[in-house]
Ligand binder design. Structure first.
Ligand code: C5P
Length: 235
């Protein structure tokens, strides 16, 4: 019998506002998998740099922040709600181009998954299926029209009372798309190893159901090809 050495990995990548976070959270609850939001790493670091008034060009100082005891131990407890502001996302996208940052976070994220005791992990971000776990059992690329994504983000910010116009949200989002898809290191991209899903006209529930269907199909294919009993227990 083949021994499954790490959890079943579902990598969900896609641009800002494609619904990754909401869908990954819903899927993790339904499947009993754990959830790793990789954008959180970049957003916490961005918040910290703003707080310390450090510029993204100041790479030695950024490395010091990442090596600090706070960043190594306490960052996970950080209040996520204050990180959703678009200016934090924009700075996160700037520091996501730095190789030292990407290397450290990719390693962090791999270790998180390898230490996981649940049967499966949903990883969500930009490069989780291309760089972090290129051998993930299931890869899903979520997308949606820019206007739809901007509208979702605008509603989210309005509910939090943030004073920003729809046009500004669309502009910021397109700028971030441009940055994330054209950077040299681990750009946002998909290939034939991904299942692609356009959520433009889907509700949250429909999107979760569609992705759940993809995961169950992949599990069934994996079980059929490997006869893996531990995977059968998940499905
Ligand atoms: O997903 P989220 O919007 O929170 O990510 C913020 C930024 O962090 C992204 O725009 C992207 O530049 C960066 N990021 C990344 N790789 C990931 C996750 C996020 O480069 N795996």
């Amino acid at each position: 019998m083949t021994v499954h050495k790490r959890p079943f990995v579902v990598a969900i990548d896609g641009p800002a506002g494609s619904g990754k976070g909401t869908i990954a959270t819903g899927l993790a609850q339904r499947l009993g998998f754990s959830y790793c939001e990789t954008g959180f790493f970049f957003r916490v670091l961005a918040w910290h740099l703003l707080h310390l008034k450090l510029k993204p060009e100041n790479i030695p100082s950024i490395e010091n922040v990442m090596a600090s005891a706070w960043f190594q131990k306490e960052w996970k407890a950080f209040d996520r709600s204050i990180l959703r502001e678009e200016h934090i996302g924009t700075l996160a996208s700037e520091i996501a181009k730095i190789s030292q940052v990407r290397t450290a976070f990719t390693e962090f994220q791999r270790q998180e998954v390898l230490q996981e005791i649940s049967p499966g992990v949903i990883l969500e971000g930009r490069d989780t299926g291309s760089s972090v776990f290129p051998d993930a059992e299931c890869k899903i690329f979520l997308t949606a029209a820019p206007e739809v994504r901007a509208h979702r983000r605008f509603q989210e910010l309005q509910q939090k009372g943030t004073d920003i116009s729809y046009d500004q949200v669309l502009k910021d989002l397109c700028h971030r798309d441009e940055n994330d898809t054209h950077r040299a290191l681990s750009p946002l991209k998909w290939d034939a190893t991904y299942h692609k899903l356009d959520t433009s006209s889907l509700s949250i529930e429909e999107s979760i159901q569609a992705t759940e269907h993809i995961i169950h199909q992949t599990l069934a294919e994996n079980i059929a090809s490997s006869g893996n009993a531990s995977m059968a227990a998940i499905s």
